[in-house]
Design a protein around this ligand. Sequence first.
Ligand code: PAF
Length: 281
Amino acid sequence: MQLVHTAAELDAALAEARAAGQKIGFVPTMGALHAGHLSLVDLAHSYSDVVVVSIFVNPKQFGAGEDFDRYPRTLDADCALLEGRADIVFAPAVEDVYPADLEVAAKQAGPVGSLFEGAARPGHFDGMLTVVARLFDLVRPDVAIFGEKDAQQLFLVKAMVAAEYPGLKIIGAEIVREPSGLALSSRNRFLNGEQSDIAEILAITLATVSQLIHDGMEIEAALGIGEEMIAGEPETKLDYLALVDPGTFARVGNGYTGDGLLIVAAVVGGVRLIDNHQFQI
Ligand code: PAF
């Protein structure tokens, strides 16, 4: 595994693979890696010959007062986890991603970018798309893997790629969970033991609400039960629990049939967590 920091080093590391026409797989991350990220890296190998993992905490996708400064930076531990798994780790500095002498095009996430996570974190998805596009331009992958936990991010990346990156394949990778059901997240490390137990309510609520809807309960009544389940937990503040059409990310309600994506966001012990579950209605 090769660790590189600059665009020139990345180009040198990829030169042979590019010249040989090998398929390049890409897994963008912000580091603080866990088993969920490693599953993305493993999946990337099944679509490509060479796998690049980027580790970059992107300042443009954090708003004022968010956790940019406290976001865990654990490069040595991340590289140890990636040894034998990734071919190239690209860990650029801010100046390499956004050089002073280059105007990096700012992306706009559009209307879906201001719903749900975008409503809670204004500008987050514009910043996320901006860095993802910049990283695509540097890595020039054939395939890129994103976790399905960040469902709205995956939806927006797919939309941008469909419009601007013909030939680039985007693959969504299944959510990896703790045995308790809690979806893995880099932010879980901020939860103490008790808060971790409380956070299980997100996955339990998704399972309960989707089962109720599957069994025929009206969507809005089932969502109401889910909201009460989360409201009943200590140290927990629900942001949203909603059913959306995964094809448009528009909210759907009573009478809807087809694919449904149940999404939830809540703050547990000061830590913002998201989760989702897709099912047929
Ligand atoms: O999902 C993440 O970790 C980030 O949003 C991403 C895609 C690496 C862009 O910074």
